[in-house]
Ligand binder design. Sequence first.
Ligand code: ZN
Length: 450
Amino acid sequence: MKLAFHGAAGDVTGSCHLVESLGKRILIDCGMRQGSRELDDENAEPFGFDVSSIDFVLLTHAHLDHTGRLPLLFKRGFRGEVISTRATFDLARLVILDVAHLHEETASRGVSAASERNGSQAKPPLFSLVDATNSLGLFGRAALYKQTIEIAPGIRATFYDAGHILGSASILLELNEPAGAVTVLISGDIGNAGRPLLRSPETPSSAKFVVMESTYGDRLHRPFSESVAEFYEAVVAAIAGGGNVLIPTFALDRAQEILYFLRQGVDEGKLPPALPIFVDSPMAVSATEIYQHHPEAYNAEAAEFFARGKDPFQTPGLRLVRDRADSVRINDVKGGAVIMAGSGMCTGGRILHHLRHNIGRENASVIFVGYAAAGTLARRIIDGARHVNLFGDDILVRARIHTINGFSAHADQKELVEWQRSVAGKQQTFLVHGEPPVTLPTLHQVFELK
Ligand code: ZN
């Protein structure tokens, strides 16, 4: 069999791995490169293989850096079958349609700006909403955890819970090659064990070859429970001070995890029973709805809670806000509320309006619960910026700023090593989805494995 890495090979985005065996070509993930304008531009480059010859795409999970180029794959001729868990399909549909919208919008704005300037054409969108919709039409069989699917004669795939986001999986391929069976395990993104809501990552007992993510291969996380306690303390202090609490959040997974903590905090009496909580993000509202539809993907504690007829994300004071007018109305709330909105790194989205109305107030708080890349507004605020510019207004930062670092959806170094050690019979392990020196680039390199 042949194995080649056409993305996330020496960096952490654009996952796209090609397995060739028994005359079939199987792509594991088809993600988008993200993080800078240069990386955005690289998405339009050739994939590095003949797109129309791909027979199957198996998706490990719905994050954009694992699914985002599926519409482009369709646009360039892929007509095979896409296989994922049901939850991944539901979330991927949301993610893919959202990114297609964004690309069309950005392109049409670019075209009108360029034609106003000099009559020239700006870049066309990477793909259209129609490409996105058509690529969603290629989803075929749904995978259940630990239930083997014969995807083609002699080729079997088994999905194991990766504990990263709802529906996430590590995928074991068993290839009955003429010279003997070969097994390859592709990790996808590996979750942080012991989180609430999701199960801890699982692995098959053995695999000959392992392809493993290594995002935090050089770091250890703080214990989860410490971060949760710190989170409650920050919310309670902020509410006691009379101000609002802003939580910039990623719409997918982090928002649902925070809702889960808030609900647990209210249930356990650590937070006020009627605490007003606004989720001001259509994408986060939809993602939460999808999480509510997939109790089969919860861990035992959350599943038991759900089985008692309770919603793990629901608190008495929760308001889910899609409508823009309702979003604007939140500006009238001067204190005592938790406001969650995107984007997580404050690079755009409704959080900017809430920052404009609150960050200059001494009694307000901003709690960062996710990664903030260099150069983003979130990073500048975390690093102690005295002033921020929001919609042309220069605002003095008076709100209290908290950063809670332990809420990672990725395994840390210790967990990655444990995950890898739990798989017996390994001949070789390939590290992907990491940056040097954790992982060295192997982009488009083909490995012949027996
Ligand atoms: Zn991911």
